[in-house]
Design a protein around this ligand. Structure first.
Ligand code: ATP
Length: 253
């Protein structure tokens, strides 16, 4: 298996002592890796630190064998990202926004604009200004931007947070198709555990800034009824007390 992304001992501590601590993980070609965790556990911090949007205190990150801190441009050459919210120009149409993106990739034919708009289901709205888009439509446009250059690794931070059920299903199908047909590798953060279970083949659980466990979703489901059960058992393990977790279980019955 070809390793596309490797993180070793990555630590970023904010002044308030929050952050991410000693993160170690590997992602392989064609993986759909899900970084799961509730609000505020450090998903965005991890993504920002591994892509150098934030300075790391310690640790190593390599993409395609290149050190992100020492050979940034080489490491990021085949990477597409949406971090926090995708940026778009509100007074331009979806098509014009992608025309702006296309200027950074002069070697890619302009026909790619229509191709990605169709891929994310925005072809009908391509001549509409982004200011009239719903937040789910903006997330689709952000995905089109991230996929424009046909990257081999796509890093997406909470890409479906504003999408409706159709948007989420479309999103899942796009990701699965690209992973299957083109061996595109995905690193996706989310707090939607059921979505992760359906979409990802590998998962890591972040809790209080620490990666408390990671593994293949198929193996986890075989041993536990669901990813949700597994998550609860892992939280219980690290917390060492059962009370809160039992409450969540009972409440769901
Ligand atoms: N610039 C900053 N300075 C200080 N603390 C920060 C900063 N950015 C984030 N934090 C804190 O670090 C922790 C992790 O935040 P982060 O945004 O990475 O979490 P997250 O898992 O992405 O959350 P969410 O799912 O709500 O987006 C939080 O407790 C947050 O308050």
């Amino acid at each position: 298996m070809e390793k596309v992304l490797e993180i070793k001992g990555l630590t970023k501590r904010y002044r308030n002592n929050r952050g991410i601590f000693d993160i170690n993980l590997s992602v392989y070609k064609g993986d759909i890796f899900g970084l799961f965790g509730p609000n505020g556990v450090g998903k965005t911090t991890l993504i920002k630190t591994m892509t150098r949007l934030c300075n790391a205190d310690q640790g190593e990150v390599s993409m395609f064998g290149y050190d992100v801190f020492l050979q940034f441009e080489k490491a990021m050459e085949k990477v597409g990202c949406i971090i926090e919210t995708g940026v778009s120009f509100e007074y331009m149409t979806a098509f014009q926004n992608l025309q702006v993106v296309s200027r950074f990739y002069p070697h890619i034919p302009k026909t790619r604009i229509d191709e990605v708009l169709e891929l994310v289901g925005l072809e009908k709205y391509k001549n509409e200004k982004v200011k009239g888009f719903s937040s789910g439509m903006k997330q689709r446009l952000a995905l089109a931007t991230a996929l424009f250059s046909n990257p081999e690794l796509v890093i997406l931070d909470e890409p479906t947070s504003s999408m409706d059920i159709e948007g989420m299903i479309d999103f899942r199908n796009i990701i699965k198709r690209l992973s299957h047909e083109q061996q595109t590798t995905f690193f996706i953060s989310s707090h939607f555990i059921h979505e992760m279970e359906r979409m990802c083949n590998r998962i890591g659980i972040l809790y209080d800034g620490r990666l408390i466990t990671s593994g293949l979703v198929s193996e986890i489901i075989n041993k536990n009824e669901s990813l949700e059960n597994y998550y609860l058992s892992q939280i219980q393990r690290v917390r060492g007390d059962e009370s809160d977790v039992c409450f969540v279980r009972e409440y769901n019955q």
